[in-house]
Design a protein around this ligand. Structure first.
Ligand SMILES: [Zn+2]
Length: 362
């Protein structure tokens, strides 16, 4: 690890300038297939696709999804409420027979489509549910509203968005099963997942995970043999551990690098004077408002804030006032607009629901 630290950090901007410098020298670059990723900054970024690293990722998935009490096996049926965006007039479900994945659209988790969801759960006999934290959360609220329990599910796997404490509480108390969050990136550097004890274990055989002084995740790939990134600044912020070198009751020796994921560094809000405010402060604030179903905070370049909220129950004037005061207390006297919307929209390009987005340039 000390040797590794002699190397400089690299980031997306550096790679973007000369992507071919990061490709293995003996690789015929003309045969490479590229995968574009949609960074929140909107600037395009692409990484080479490779069968080998895709295969390792799949195998790693099988291991990671068995970190709960239920052991996931090859071709185990799973309900997947992510990475699927049906076109208009297309069915809201599809099946991947090879992997035995039963996809349901994260855009259609509502009263009208509930029967299709229930039918798919029953038919699949899946014991595993995978999704974005937001899609599993919305499904949980819908099932709760209709008083429907689905005891067949034994492990829930979430990834690709920030797992808010509010989401986790709701999901865990309803499903009463393992809820395992997974962290990885398109750049294929590190993957980290939770076990049933809630600790995030790094896949040490896949990549090396360092945490910078500002809590950014610095990742070194051990498995990507086309574009092996060393000390890559991921732009993701971790929630640091208070103690170092903790061991887990699950008995796995895999390193525990952080307590959780806070979110993208790009999506940090700034106070007057451009002082960065950790996102976790807003998550904590929002915990107090049980009638808020979901929220989205957008900070414009001039620091003004537009907030959208969707409600479980209508907020009264006093709650709205408390919400405004809470935001102002954290961000200072920036212009603030709060709009109540029916539903927080999922981004059609990324499929994800953003929680906090910042357009502030430093
Ligand atoms: Zn563990």
């Amino acid at each position: 690890m000390q040797e590794l630290k002699k190397l400089p950090l690299i980031n997306k901007d550096i790679i973007r300038q000369n992507p071919l410098d990061f490709i293995r020298e003996d690789k015929n670059i003309n045969n490479l297939q590229w995968k574009s990723t949609s960074g929140s900054s909107g600037k395009p970024f692409k990484v080479p696709k490779h069968y080998f690293s895709d295969a390792i990722e799949v195998i790693l998935g099988y291991r990671a999804w068995s970190f709960g009490k239920f052991s996931y096996r090859l071709r185990e049926p799973a309900i997947v409420i992510r990475s699927f965006s049906p076109k208009e007039n297309e069915p809201i479900h599809k099946r991947d027979i090879i992997r035995n994945f039963w996809y349901l659209s994260p855009y259609h988790i509502n009263d009208g489509h509930l029967p299709i969801f229930l039918k798919t759960f029953k038919k699949s006999q899946a014991k595993v549910l995978k999704g974005y934290p937001s899609s599993v959360y919305i499904l949980t609220l819908l099932l709760k509203k209709h008083n429907i329990k689905l005891p067949q599910i034994q492990t829930i796997i979430t990834s690709s968005e920030t797992m808010l404490p509010k989401y986790r509480n709701e999901i865990e108390s309803y499903w009463q099963c393992d809820v395992l969050d997974w962290y990885g990136q398109n750049e294929r550097t590190v993957t980290v997942q939770q076990c049933s004890y809630g600790n995030y274990h790094n896949n040490d055989d896949y990549g090396i995970c360092e945490i910078d002084t500002d809590n950014t995740i610095i990742a070194t790939s051990l498995n990507n043999d086309i574009m092996p990134l060393l000390r890559y600044h991921t732009n993701d912020k971790a929630i640091p551990l208070h103690e170092k070198n903790i061991t887990c009751e699950c008995g796995r020796a895999m390193h525990i690098p952080f307590k959780g994921i806070e979110g993208r560094q790009d999506d940090i809000l700034y106070k007057e004077g451009k002082e960065a405010i950790p996102t976790i402060n807003f998550y904590n604030l929002m915990e107090k408002f049980q009638n808020i179903k979901q929220f989205y905070i957008l900070q414009e370049e001039d620091l003004s804030v537009n907030m959208e909220i969707s409600e479980n129950q209508p907020l009264n004037d006093n709650e709205l006032l408390q919400l405004k005061e809470g935001i102002i207390q954290r961000l200072g006297n920036v212009p603030l607009q709060i709009n109540v919307v029916k539903e927080i929209q999922r981004n059609k390009q990324t499929d994800k629901v953003k929680i906090i987005e910042s357009k502030v340039k430093l």
